[in-house]
Every structure is written in structure tokens, then in C-alpha cells.
Write a protein that binds this ligand. Structure first.
Ligand code: SIN
Length: 512
């Protein structure tokens, strides 16, 4: 395949990338390039669902408050408000595109509860296969409307005169490809694979963050990694959706006692960082008791099939926390624009600020669809700054000797994990820097590029964690166990709880 030009280049094929591509494909020539098979992503694995205000019993103010409370008031309030206000409209768009959400017997949408939501507002599909339904629906459309290139890893973004003008890629045989574009959309996901236990797809290795950083884009909040409390603790690991606890599942200790009793008023549905830490601190095995979940096999068919495959016949499922979602990432504005001209970031790779220090459950698919829409609107309505410059392939220079990925993962787990402290973070940073400062050579394989991205992203996350000398959300410092300030909380409580204000809003809210 020869080098080429496309108006829009989308890197990654989860919901954020596929939807942005689909939305722009009527007006622009769009190319989607993905490092593995099309659609292989975290989105595809999403079980719980998509949170949005879609019923009369819910209010955007409540969704807003649940989001910033879970985010420990570190959120960008303006964009969080946009996120929750646009939820209903964007859900309707998905339905119009062909996404089928589960319904109750009476035909109404089935809405479930997850951690830190005060009302059931999570729509789901196929029981626990929401991501599969969304990705599947989008794939059918994107395959028709866009150029697709699979199994090509992005080596680096092309930046000329301060603007991103494309990207260089490499295939499994080391062949290089240059793609020039007016707009480049990073939709590469987060960094769960930097940890030994994770719910993330094997492809999610922090590539977009490392590339954006090398391109000079601002990255932020990388200390905030969310650990999901319930990853199956067996020979294989996979997510046991929080929706299972929303439907009555409870965490129990090896003595059969309720783990969350006395730890948080929301018990098993406390924010994820609280539950994950409680499991981590328990030291002895923790189980998710699913005996009170009605019709478990019908409601959670994917999880039930995994448990059957793994011979987990008991109603007490062994669980452990694992890396799940990175709140920080490449900093963007409302339209997904990064600090580098023409470069956009959408989905988990982005830091819109809507998740604060800890994401509210099922807000990530919502973020992807809301900001894919905002970015597509901006791109559609703005003429690109075309830079017709030379962009011959430039190799990525990497250290001669790179660490084994499992060694990186162990360092992240031990020192940049559920709890952190200065000495551990310093030792992890020193280990990462040892490699970064060694002699360089051009990367010649996908494996080398991936490991280098993992190394750089690990280093960025460790240094961010080192610099934040407080505990907040997904970032817990045992040497600084408290949050530094609560000033944002005061600002928020000024308006949000005024009954009249909420009532007015309720009237004007569009509900489908
Ligand atoms: C889950 O199903 O527990 C995951 C949902 C999410 O992370 O938003």
C-alpha cells in the first residue's frame, strides 16, 4: 500500500473512533487505521452500559452531581454539564443509527444502577453486551462509508510548523506507511495494559498518550487510574460488571461477612476507588456473592458463559481489583481539540476533564458519543489549515534495550497501583528513566514501538502520581492520605441543590 492523503484520519476503532468516522463520512473522505482488527477495543468489551438522563424520574442536575462527586470535585464542570445535558439526545442518535437497547416487558427501556449513581439511569444492550452492540452497529456503517486499514500501528504523529498533518504507521512486517490528513483524530483508548490485572483489551497500551506527548500535546491527570473492584480472580481475568452489584450482588469476605459494611454509606455501590481499596486492603480473598441476583444467566449472559467456561459453579465468585479506566490523557477542549493544531483526541485517550479523579460508572461510552459529536461538528464547520509540506517517514528512536512488558507491568502494579507513596514512585521513575536515557536506535517492529509507548506512558503516569501530594479518587497516596482542599465542592453546592432551579430545568429537558 502506498502513502496517501485523506481529509480525516482516525487512529483507533472503539466507539469514539468509529462514531467520529461515521459522523464525518457524509461530508469528508475518512480513513480509519487500527492496530489490530477493526473494532477490537475496550468499547467492545463494555458490559455495564451507557449512563444518560432518559427518564422523567431523573434530572441532569442529579447526573451532574453524581459525576462530580464520584470525580471528587476534580471535574471540568462546564464540560461535565455538557456531557450530562447532551446524554438523552446522543442516546436517541444511537437508536437512530440502529443500536438496540434492552427493554422491560412493558416496552420501556430497562435502566440499571451502578456504583455512585443515585438513580437507575444506565441503558444496556444484550444484558451485559452493550459495547458489542454499539461497536457492531457502528462497524456495519463505517465499513461502507470509510477507508479501513487494519493491523497497522501508529509510529508517530507528523507535526509540521506546530500542526499535526498526519501520521506514520508500520505493519507487522515492518513496512512503513505515511498518511497525510487535514484532521487527525486520536481514539486509541487508555492504558490498562500497563498493569498485570486489567479489564482492558490487549491492544490498550497507552499508545495515543505517548504519541501525543512526543508530538508536543499537553497531557494531564495521568495519576488518575481507575481500578475496577471486580475482575474475575481465576486463571483467566475478565470484568464482572458493576451492574451485578447494581442488581443485588454483594461483596463478602472469606468469612462470609459483608465487606463494605461500615466502609461507605452506599455499601457495595460506593465509588469504585473506595470499593477497590477495600478489597485490596482485605488481604484475604474476596468474593462477589451473586445468589441474590434475579435471573443472573439471562441478565448477564456474557459473564455467565465465562463463569461456566471456567468451571466457577459456586454463587460466590472470586474477585480482585484491576486497572480499568484512565481518567487523564491528552488534554482537549469541548471539541476534542488538543493543544496541537489539527490534532483531536476522543474517548479514553482524551482528558476532557469530565471524569475528574474517578469516573462515574458507565460515563465513558457517554463521553465517547458526546465528544465524537462535538468534534465532528467542529470539523464539519471549519476549513482546515492545509500545510503542504514534505513528510517523509521518520523512524521512531527508541532505547537500545527496552524492558520486558511484564517487568513494566510489575513496576506499575507495585508502585503506581491502588496505593502509592513517594519512595515507591521514585524507584519506579528511576527504573523507567534508566531505559529512557540509554543509547537510541530506530524502532523496527510493532513490538518495539508498543513497548516504548508503554514505557513512556508508565513514566508519565508515575511522574504525575509523584507530583500529586494528596489522595483523590483513583490516586491514593499512603503518605498523603487526605485530599488537599474541598474548595470546588463549595462552588458546586451553591446552585445545584436549589429546588426551583432543578424544577425549571426538569421542564425544559428533552426526553425521548
Ligand atoms: C462495568 O460494567 O462494571 C463497567 C462499566 C464502566 O466501567 O463504566
Amino acid at each position: 500500500m502506498g502513502n496517501f492523503y485523506t481529509e480525516v484520519l482516525v487512529i483507533g476503532s472503539g466507539v469514539a473512533g468509529l462514531l467520529t468516522a461515521e459522523l464525518l463520512s457524509a461530508d469528508k473522505n475518512v480513513t480509519v487505521i487500527t492496530k489490530s482488527k477493526l473494532g477490537q477495543s475496550n468499547s467492545r468489551l463494555a458490559q455495564g452500559g451507557i449512563a444518560a438522563v432518559t427518564s422523567d424520574d431523573d434530572r441532569w442536575g442529579d447526573h451532574f452531581f453524581d459525576t462530580i462527586q464520584a470525580g471528587v470535585f476534580h471535574n471540568n464542570e462546564e464540560l461535565t454539564e455538557l456531557l450530562v445535558k447532551k446524554g438523552g439526545e446522543r442516546i436517541q442518535d444511537l437508536i437512530d443509527l440502529g443500536v438496540t437497547f434492552d427493554r422491560n416487558r412493558d416496552g420501556s427501556y430497562s435502566r440499571c444502577l451502578e456504583g455512585a449513581h443515585r438513580v437507575p439511569r444506565i441503558l444496556h444492550a444484550g444484558g451485559d453486551a452493550t459495547g458489542k452492540e454499539l461497536v457492531g452497529t457502528l462497524l456495519k456503517r463505517v465499513k461502507e462509508s470509510c477507508t479501513i486499514i487494519e493491523h497497522h500501528v501508529a509510529v508517530d504523529l507528523i507535526v509540521e510548523n506546530g500542526a499535526c498533518t498526519g501520521a506514520w504507521f508500520m505493519d507487522g512486517e515492518g513496512k512503513q506507511l505515511t498518511v497525510k490528513a487535514d484532521h487527525v483524530i486520536l481514539a486509541t483508548g487508555g492504558a490498562g495494559q500497563l498493569y498485570p490485572v486489567t479489564s482492558n483489551d490487549a491492544s490498550v497500551t497507552g499508545d495515543g498518550i505517548a504519541m501525543a506527548y512526543r508530538a508536543g500535546a499537553r497531557v494531564s491527570d495521568l495519576e488518575f487510574m481507575q481500578f475496577h473492584p471486580t475482575i474475575y480472580a481465576g486463571d483467566t481475568t475478565y470484568l464482572i460488571s458493576e451492574a451485578v452489584r447494581g442488581e443485588g450482588g454483594v461483596l463478602v469476605t472469606s468469612k462470609g461477612e459483608r465487606l463494605m459494611e461500615g466502609k461507605h454509606e452506599l455499601l457495595d455501590l460506593a465509588p469504585r476507588d473506595v470499593v477497590a481499596r477495600a478489597i485490596y486492603e482485605e488481604q484475604t480473598p474476596v468474593y462477589l456473592d451473586i445468589s441474590s441476583v434475579p435471573n443472573f444467566d439471562q441478565r448477564f449472559p456474557t459473564i455467565a458463559s465465562y463463569l461456566t467456561r471456567d468451571g466457577a459453579s459456586s454463587k460466590k465468585v472470586p474477585v480482585q481489583p484491576g486497572a480499568h479506566f484512565l481518567m487523564g490523557g491528552v488534554e482537549t477542549d469541548r471539541y476534542g481539540r488538543t493543544t496541537v493544531e489539527n490534532l483531536f483526541a476522543i474517548g479514553e485517550v482524551a482528558n476532557t476533564g469530565v471524569h475528574g479523579a474517578n469516573r462515574l460508572a458507565s460515563n465513558s461510552l457517554l463521553e465517547a458519543v458526546v465528544f465524537a459529536n462535538e468534534a465532528a461538528t467542529w470539523i464539519r464547520n471549519h476549513k482546515p489549515v492545509r500545510l503542504n509540506l514534505d513528510a517523509r517517514f521518520q523512524p521512531l528512536h527508541i532505547p537500545w534495550s527496552l524492558p520486558e512488558p511484564c517487568m513494566l507491568r510489575n513496576l506499575m502494579n507495585d508502585h503506581v497501583g491502588i496505593t502509592r507513596h513517594e519512595a515507591g514512585l521514585s524507584s519506579a521513575i528511576a527504573a523507567f528513566e534508566f531505559y529512557q536515557t540509554s543509547r537510541k536506535k530506530p524502532a523496527s517492529s510493532i513490538e518495539e514501538i508498543t513497548t516504548f509507548n508503554m514505557l513512556q506512558t508508565s513514566w508519565l503516569m508515575a511522574t504525575s502520581a509523584y507530583m500529586r501530594t494528596e489522595s483523590r479518587g483513583g490516586h491514593f497516596r499512603s503518605d498523603f492520605p487526605l485530599p488537599k482542599q474541598h474548595f470546588q465542592q463549595k462552588r458546586i453546592t451553591r446552585g445545584i441543590f436549589e429546588d426551583e432551579w432543578i424544577t425549571t430545568e426538569k421542564k425544559s429537558r428533552a426526553i425521548f
